[in-house]
Design a binder for this molecule. Structure first.
Ligand SMILES: Cc1cc2nc3c(=O)[nH]c(=O)nc-3n(C[C@H](O)[C@H](O)[C@H](O)COP(=O)(O)O)c2cc1C
Length: 158
């Protein structure tokens, strides 16, 4: 019964179209990592705040909730492979050709924009935690977003 309700909930949740982001960061053991996230939402303009939700079952949960800083990259419609690779369990390592390392952090090449964020607060809620972060810096680039809808990647134009 619970499984059926859970299936229905997944189905209705999937009917809400989102963009796709990659949250990138240097781990405590100095690895350059990223995780695919579509729960990103803008939260406040003044002060500038964003939020996203992290699964408590994630192998990266402790690592990410202890981070002071990270980058949220808005993926372009051409970055489906990157989104898939950073959504794999046990392998969140960025390839050297996928990012540049700058003072703000690890920026995915050819994204349509990115935000440099620092931890503000973490709120425990259900099977996820809500991560609220201050936005310290942002950059905008050309391009169209990668869209996630109905459990599949889409493009705005098709
Ligand atoms: C399109 C897409 C969006 C996702 N969004 C989120 C998200 O918002 N929060 C989250 O915790 N995991 C999200 N995931 C799952 C993670 O990317 C990743 O698959 C999962 O963290 C793998 O398990 P691990 O963290 O234990 O390695 C998403 C996956 C996909 C494909």
């Amino acid at each position: 019964m619970l499984d059926e309700a859970n299936k229905n909930l997944r189905s209705i949740f999937s009917k809400f179209a989102t963009g796709v982001t990659a949250v990138t960061f240097k781990s405590s053991n100095n690895l350059n990592l990223g995780i695919t996230v579509n729960s990103y939402t803008s939260l406040s303009l003044d002060p500038p705040l964003i939020l996203w939700c992290l699964d408590k079952d994630s192998d990266l949960y402790e690592e990410i909730t202890n981070l002071d800083n990270y980058i949220i990259n808005f993926l372009s419609e051409d970055q489906k492979d990157l989104a898939n690779s950073l959504a794999q369990k046990n392998d969140h390592t960025l390839n050297q050709d996928q990012y540049i390392s700058i003072d703000h952090g690890l920026v995915i090449k050819n994204s349509i924009g990115w935000l440099s964020c620092s931890k503000n607060q973490t709120i425990d809620s259900g099977d996820h935690s809500i991560l609220i972060a201050d936005v310290n810096h942002s950059e905008i680039s050309e391009g169209y977003p990668l869209v996630f809808w109905g459990s599949n990647y889409r493009s705005l134009l098709r």
